[in-house]
Design a protein around this ligand. Sequence first.
Ligand SMILES: Nc1ncnc2c1ncn2[C@@H]1O[C@H](COP(=O)(O)OP(=O)(O)OP(=O)(O)O)[C@@H](O)[C@H]1O
Ligand SMILES: [Mg+2]
Length: 273
Amino acid sequence: MPDILNDYKNAGTVLQDAVKTLRTNIRFSSVDDPVKTIVMTSVLPHEGKSTLSIFLGIAMAEIGQKTLLIECDCRKPMLRNYFSIRPQYGLMDVLRREVTADKAVVHTPQAGLDVLSSTVLANPVEILGSERMQTMISEFKKVYDVIILDTPPLGSFIEAAVLASKADGTVLVINQGTTQMERAKAVLSQLEKAKAHVLGVVLNNVEMSSSDYYYSDYYYRDGRKKKRKHKTESTETPLNARRPAADTARTNETQGRNSKSRRITGVEEGEAK
Ligand SMILES: Nc1ncnc2c1ncn2[C@@H]1O[C@H](COP(=O)(O)OP(=O)(O)OP(=O)(O)O)[C@@H](O)[C@H]1O
Ligand SMILES: [Mg+2]
């Protein structure tokens, strides 16, 4: 089993519960018009977009939602590494219609989770913003319940906004400690201009506070269990001690499907307006 699947399976309940909360909030953000295509983006690089895209994909698949993860970060494609796969074909081959999608889509060991990976592309904005891309996604929507689009950081590249303008929902991943509020606001306003439906914000890499001492045990990414005594007792940081916030991506259900919620978990709500 690839490391990333093991990471999730062995991460422990704190992280898994946070991801399940994200899943639930996305699924019930709109009852009448289910969210099928989800753009995952962030302000800066390395905030955990790909990791959370994969974890969310696993969580969706676990409840029987047939899920496809499409690699739309064609600047720094990493899914091959995360899943330890070397597919013969990828996104561009499907878009060029050189192969049918079933030849490029890879089943993962997680039942119900498939992946369409990419390679580095010279003109990703044009490709991801093309009619062909939307046609391909429409075709996938007939087969999959959920399609997750892992994108580059919107603070640096425009692809996420291009995709978000057409997707059912967008999740902004923010890394506690590295993302500046002003930049987060700028990215949210960029998404708003693109008429994206922002489902919410995930605060990733949250340091566990004293209130989290409720969880007396925690796990390293390799599954080793460690008794929690002091936050600083180890220089290694366990995955679920730097976890997505448990009340992530809270959506404003009362505002309805087309309104843009602006809720930042762990940050003053309304600040980003
Ligand atoms: N909650 C977390 N706890 C611990 N490590 C994490 C967490 N989220 C992500 N990471 C680690 O941070 C690194 C970057 O994660 P990831 O590749 O998912 O970020 P990204 O936003 O997709 O980056 P990029 O912008 O380069 O595509 C990886 O090593 C990943 O394992
Ligand atoms: Mg990534």
